[in-house]
Design a protein around this ligand. Structure first.
Ligand SMILES: [Zn+2]
Length: 411
């Protein structure tokens, strides 16, 4: 893979460059070399001699997984709504009745920083045990500055204390707060004039995201919010075309967003524009699965040349899972993606969706030593033995942090 730069597209998404019986030489937190053990002994005799050997015979070794779209920091759970949906209510009905995002907003506002930190820390432990070494975390369950800031500061503290890398996205425009109903533009102004400058000034996030959806934020409002963030150095992301087609994919290409997310009902034209602009499609099949919605057209997007990443969308309403391997399975079964494509979509392409494609997402020299060892004989078994966690060992920044499926230390 070493000659390719940028997110992988089309047939490049299938080229996963397998090294049979290979070895990886790690020094401190970096990958020094990849290849046959005998060759590493010749090229790096001193390093190999003093190295601690981890035997991964009969297993699969691959880059740590990158979960590039989560709503990691939030108060409470919403299993009652799940039960309501099973009994016939729709997601939008629940949201309009004060459930959905609004319910989590209240719970997140009411949860203290320390409790939120502890809850999120436990979630990160679970991600790590599933082989995920980098997680994106969006705010957006505060919808007021105090709580948005609390969410972002929890993520920032965890980035400093937890082995999993946590990369923050500000998403103040995740919903219109109930007290702004009918005054949506006033809330947009609050996000643009008050919240975004504070996020940038206090260095609380790298990305700026907005929920562009009928009944939430219009494409015009979304554009203003994303452009305002861009002017402050925040890279645009966008929740687009999730429930109704709304030209969100087109907008993502137009504003130069690094990625557009969901895209369940993205138009042909929008997909074309994303391919031309190189916008990464972050597809979230867990959400379609859990809401019993149509799946995004992943196969078509790849064939049209859109770089595709997939992610859990971990959140308490529409995708309460921390298992990226299960999401990979859904992408195979319901979006027509191949076994190779889902690996690319959760490693190098996901890394590029977080602007980290040069540091993580593949096992290449000089990259960060984020490596996982899986209890399967070959990569095809990963999805074949579905619904299971195959993670045996996680090496994060060159250190073993999960061994035999167990976390080695309290994070
Ligand atoms: Zn989301």
């Amino acid at each position: 893979m070493s000659n390719v730069r940028g997110p992988r597209t089309k047939e490049k998404m299938r080229e996963i460059a397998i090294v049979e019986n290979g070895s990886i030489l790690i020094e401190e937190d970096r990958i020094v070399a990849v290849g046959a053990f005998e060759q590493l002994e010749v090229d790096f005799p001193e390093l190999v001699k003093k190295a601690k050997i981890i035997d991964a015979s009969g297993k699969v070794v691959m880059p740590g997984l990158v979960d590039c779209h989560t709503h990691l920091v939030h108060g409470g759970t919403r299993e009652e709504e799940f039960n309501m949906r099973l009994n016939g209510s729709t997601y939008m009905e629940i949201m309009n009745a004060g459930g959905g995002i609004h319910a989590t907003t209240k719970l997140t506002r009411d949860t203290s920083f320390d409790d939120l930190y502890e809850k999120t820390r436990q979630h990160l432990d679970t991600f790590l045990k599933h082989g995920v070494t980098t997680v994106e975390a969006k705010s957006g369950y505060g919808l007021d500055w105090e709580t948005e800031k609390k969410q972002l500061e929890v993520a920032k503290k965890l980035q400093a204390t937890h082995d999993v890398d946590v990369i923050s996205t500000f998403m103040g425009a995740h919903a219109v707060p109930r007290d702004y109903k009918g005054r949506e533009d006033e809330f947009v102004e609050l996000v643009i004039l008050d919240m975004l400058p504070k996020v940038a000034e206090q260095e609380l996030a790298e990305f700026n995201d907005v929920f562009c959806e009928k009944g939430v934020f219009t494409p015009e409002q979304s554009k203003r919010i994303l452009e305002a963030g861009k002017a402050l150095g925040l890279t645009p992301k966008i929740h687009a075309d999730e429930i109704e087609p709304y030209k969100g994919a087109e907008l993502a290409a137009e504003v130069g967003a690094i990625s557009a997310e969901h895209l369940l009902v993205a138009s042909d034209e929008g997909i074309q524009k994303m391919a031309e602009a190189g916008t990464i499609a972050v597809l979230l099949p867990g959400t379609a699965f859990f809401l019993r919605a149509p799946f995004a057209r992943g196969r078509l997007m790849i064939d049209e040349g859109v770089p595709v990443a997939i992610s859990t969308d971990f959140n308490p309403g529409s995708s309460p899972t921390m298992s990226l391997p299960f999401i990979m399975n859904l992408a195979c079964m319901h979006m027509g993606m191949t076994l190779e494509e889902v690996l690319t979509a959760t490693t190098i392409n996901a890394a590029y969706a977080l602007n980290r494609g040069e540091q993580i997402g593949s096992l290449e020299v000089d990259k960060k030593a984020d490596v996982i060892i899986l209890d399967v004989a070959n990569y095809k078994q990963l999805q074949y033995f579905y619904g299971m966690n195959h993670t045996n060992t996680v090496i994060k920044n060159g250190q073993v942090v999960v061994q035999n499926g167990i976390l080695l230390k309290e994070q």
